[in-house]
Design a protein around this ligand. Structure first.
Ligand code: PLP
Length: 394
């Protein structure tokens, strides 16, 4: 027996349980239709909400940045990696978000790993929604603070825990996803903000799936609820609606100044490339000028969701363009996804551990790039396979 045999055994176990992830290969730009493993299919699983991943203005900005700044920053931000482009992006993002300042990171995942351990430590407690994203969970663990989970979207449970346990710690940090990526539900942020204030806790929201989706012209969840100034730390990603790659934190000048000195991925991992940053700037410019794409996204989402409910699908309780098609057991979800692919639709099955056991689903991601014909095509195929596999409610 080799020392690494356990790796093979664990992967075999995933396959037996229907939890093995088949990684598809994309052979085209992201868009409504993509080439997947050599086949042209309707794309219903990318986070490219607004179509920015292949937007002509973003591509042009990236090419121009390569000519002006080259391809790599060649350093971490604090040594020699901060280019004028990074500062321009951070200023524009702050204006767009209505925040005093922002700091950008290499990814949204990194933004959480960077921020949480910088803000809290061993003497502190984090109050975290039980369904928070993996990057929040990992950031919390890295901080070595005590982690106290509250029930999903349950301000009363949060309040009870802050009241009963909050007194024992130096600082308290409440953290929640803005939009929960697997169900598409939205955190009750006004109530959470009020309770955080009452118990003197800092409040942090990770708005990865709310950026470019919620709020006026896609300004995110804080704007959606009109909570400017009441959320101390707002994390965002540039890799979903913004269509590129990167993450950021928006907040007060003091917070951003502090993170520029203390956030480890900022200090110890190289800056994002000029092309990526320039493309992100172009995305912010487009969103600042017009809400057209955001409106198209929401129109598409309500059209598709209505069609799915009419056809008898259980699509959970999403409040956003994320549309979970609930199927139950992982093997059924995988079979559904496989059949969709045969019929020309790319939509991935999602099972444990990304979602709880028994709650496997196809997660459909609606985009502003979809046309009505695309959505009708998808509805027909979903219905056909739904009937075939006997999952429709009558
Ligand atoms: C996707 C996601 C992230 C990670 O963002 P990346 O920019 O892809 O690293 C972080 N938090 C939440 C809630 C997410 O959905």
């Amino acid at each position: 027996m080799g020392k690494l045999d356990f790796l093979v055994e664990e992967v075999e176990a995933l396959k037996r349980e229907g939890l093995y992830t088949t990684i598809r290969t994309i052979g085209s730009p992201q868009g409504a239709w993509v080439i997947v493993d050599g086949k042209k299919v309707l794309n219903m699983c990318a986070n490219n909400y607004l179509g920015f991943a292949n937007h002509p203005k973003l591509k042009e900005a990236a090419k121009k940045a390569i000519d002006e700044f080259g391809v790599g920053p060649a350093a971490v931000r604090t040594i020699a990696g901060t280019m004028s482009l990074h500062l321009e992006l951070e200023e524009k993002l702050a204006k767009f978000k209505g925040a005093e300042a922002t700091i950008s990171f290499q990814s949204g995942f990194n933004a959480n790993l960077a921020t949480i351990p910088a803000i809290v430590g061993k003497e502190d407690a984090i109050f975290s929604d039980e369904l928070n994203h993996a990057s929040i969970i990992d950031g919390c663990r890295l901080s070595r603070a005590t982690i106290i989970r509250f029930a999903h979207r349950d301000p009363a449970d949060l309040e009870r825990k802050l009241r009963e346990e909050g007194g024992k710690y130096r600082r308290k940090l409440v953290i929640t996803d803005g939009v929960f990526s697997m169900d598409g539900d939205i955190a009750p942020l006004p109530e959470i903000a009020e309770i955080s204030e009452k118990y003197d806790a800092l409040l942090m929201v990770d708005d990865a799936h709310g950026e470019g989706v919620l709020g006026r012209g896609g300004r995110g969840i804080v704007d959606h609820f009109g909570l400017h100034g009441k959320v101390h730390i707002e994390v965002g990603t540039l890799s979903k609606a913004f269509g590129v790659v990167g993450g950021y934190v928006a907040g007060s000048k003091a917070l951003i100044e502090f993170l520029k000195q203390k956030a480890r991925p900022f200090l110890f991992s190289s800056a994002v490339t000029p092309a990526d940053v320039a493309a992100c700037i172009a995305a912010v410019d487009i969103l600042t000028e017009s809400d057209e794409l955001v409106r198209k996204l929401w129109d598409n989402a309500s059209y598709f969701k209505k069609g799915m409910v009419e056809r008898g699908f259980d699509i959970g309780h999403s409040e956003t363009p994320i549309t979970p098609v609930m199927l139950g057991e992982a093997p059924l979800a995988q079979e559904f996804s496989r059949r969709l692919f045969e019929e020309g639709i790319f939509a991935q099955a999602i099972g444990y551990p990304t979602v709880p056991r028994g709650k496997a689903r196809i997660r459909v991601m609606i985009s502003a790039t979809h046309s009505r014909e695309d959505l009708d095509f998808a509805l027909d195929k979903f219905e056909k396979i739904g009937k075939e596999l006997g999952v429709l409610r009558s």
